[in-house]
Design a protein around this ligand. Structure first.
Ligand SMILES: [Zn+2]
Length: 63
């Protein structure tokens, strides 16, 4: 299952933990299904297509 994350106040969802813009720290909103609003990160999309997307797991420790 893919975890989508975005920074509060931002519109862009990330789902590759190795994305340079992957949101960390506080004020991060997390979803476990494909978001129905906002935009999907184009960098994550490129990584996903290239098979270079490191996905977070549901069982990782929540910040
Ligand atoms: Zn991204």
């Amino acid at each position: 299952m893919t975890v989508y994350r975005k920074k509060e106040g931002s519109d862009v969802w990330h789902w590759c933990t190795n994305c340079p813009e992957y949101p960390t720290g506080e004020n991060v909103i997390e979803r476990h299904s494909r978001p129905d609003y906002g935009t999907l990160c184009s960098l994550c999309e490129v990584k996903d297509r290239a098979g270079d997307c490191k996905k977070d797991s549901l069982f990782s420790v929540r910040k």
